[in-house]
Design a protein around this ligand. Structure first.
Ligand code: TIU
Length: 223
């Protein structure tokens, strides 16, 4: 596979497509649709829709080129044994993790709300990582799987920018991966946190990674 250079901030980044994975974080019904975990926390879930079409475009391109695709899902075992009490007790949601909601038990694996949204549904051959935390590396086999595949660069998308995307990028950066975060493929319930979350990644010479719009990536892939 080819090497391409993407116009990113704080600087262009050259990526080897054979060593790159497209990582889509938590594009689940529980975060994007009414009645799920995101809404129980008091959020306007419609704000996350902005990321769906850009994600879909990059996913189509990744599939066409053969770039490794990784989907993650935040959620817990039905007995909640992997959910720390501090997470279960946090805040004042209308429904707690594990409680029955309109899309099944909130943030529990195997329930309809835990599933990935239709527009970005995984196809055969794509990796799906179930994670109990905000970061995709904590208590998962993601690092070993990526290393085993020779991956050194992550194209990162998903929700929410300042929570699971930022946590995953920080984890990945400490493990030696280069992260290019696709700004319009990420979204937050708080637009100001989306902006700040991206700004923190690319500040200080790219302290955690690079940021670009999906158009810049797709232009590089087309070149
Ligand atoms: N996936 C993810 O970001 N989990 C969250 O709980 N995010 C919130 O913004 N609440």
């Amino acid at each position: 596979m080819r090497k391409v250079t993407v116009a990113a901030e704080p600087a262009p980044i050259a990526i080897d497509l054979a060593r790159t994975a497209f990582v889509i974080i938590d594009m689940q019904r529980d975060f994007l649709e009414p009645g799920g975990f995101g809404e129980t926390l008091g959020n306007d879930v419609s704000l996350l829709q902005a990321a769906v079409i850009p994600c879909r475009r990059v996913l189509s391109a990744a599939r066409a080129i053969g770039i490794m695709v990784v989907h993650t899902r935040e959620g817990h075992k039905p007995d909640l044994s992997d959910a720390p009490p501090a997470k279960l007790e946090r805040g004042n949601p209308s429904l707690r993790i594990g409680a029955p909601g309109p899309m099944g038990r909130i943030l529990v694996r195997g329930e309809p709300g835990h599933d990935i949204i239709r527009a970005l549904y995984p196809v055969d051959g794509e990796v799906v990582i179930d994670k109990p935390g905000k970061g995709a590396f904590y208590a998962t086999g993601l690092d070993e799987m990526l290393r085993g595949g020779g991956i050194d660069t992550l194209l990162v998308a998903g929700v929410t920018t300042e929570v699971c995307v930022n946590t995953t990028v920080r984890e990945a950066n400490d493990r030696g991966y280069r992260c290019l975060v696709l700004a319009d493929c990420c979204a937050s319930y708080f637009p100001a946190f989306h902006d700040a979350g991206l700004a923190m990644i690319k500040a200080q010479g790219g302290i955690f990674g690079w940021v670009a719009g999906s158009d810049a990536l797709l232009a590089a892939l087309d070149s």
